[in-house]
Design a protein around this ligand. Sequence first.
Ligand SMILES: Cc1cc2nc3c(=O)[nH]c(=O)nc-3n(C[C@H](O)[C@H](O)[C@H](O)COP(=O)(O)O)c2cc1C
Length: 186
Amino acid sequence: MEKLKIGIILGSTRKGRVSPQVGKWVKEIADKREDANYEIVDIAAFNLPFVGEGSGKEPGILAWSEKLSSLDGFVFIVQEYNHSITGALKNALDSARDEWNNKAAGIVSYGSTGGARAAEHLRGILGELLVADVRVNPTLSLFTDFENFKTFKPADLHLDNIHAMLDQTIAWSGALKKITISLIVY
Ligand SMILES: Cc1cc2nc3c(=O)[nH]c(=O)nc-3n(C[C@H](O)[C@H](O)[C@H](O)COP(=O)(O)O)c2cc1C
């Protein structure tokens, strides 16, 4: 069977963001498992207009839809902005619908309290989009996992949690893919 395709979605787009460092770290750990094809998906690269403000046919919107359709599951790299997710991630979530449905997701979050409040907000949104979010949520601290809040230096203790999150994301992504295929076939 073909390997699952998992997108590691960078939730922030601001200049000077640290999310690419976190995404790269997760991808390096994930790639060593050889259980799926992992890729970084950078929202910033899609230049998504705000929902409802464009024609809905911008190249970025079409590319976003195609990218999400090609993926079987997701790992969200989530940063806490005012106790929630970024506006950019919310807009990216709102910019597709069916493409998210019946897939699984893990969440890796960071912030002053591990980004837990943003991760919990994201779970509510994912429920509406029919994305099955897994329980284990590695939470990284701006104080202890980053140097000067800028340079990512994760503590070793997070490694087990990343693997546990990936174990379940892969299991659920595979199971949901089979169910979706059988729904299409029959
Ligand atoms: C507008 C804004 C609001 C923020 N609000 C919070 C917050 O409520 N809680 C928190 O822990 N960190 C908060 N932060 C700190 C961010 O989590 C931190 O800057 C982090 O590096 C952002 O991720 P990024 O660098 O990938 O964009 C906020 C940062 C910004 C820019």
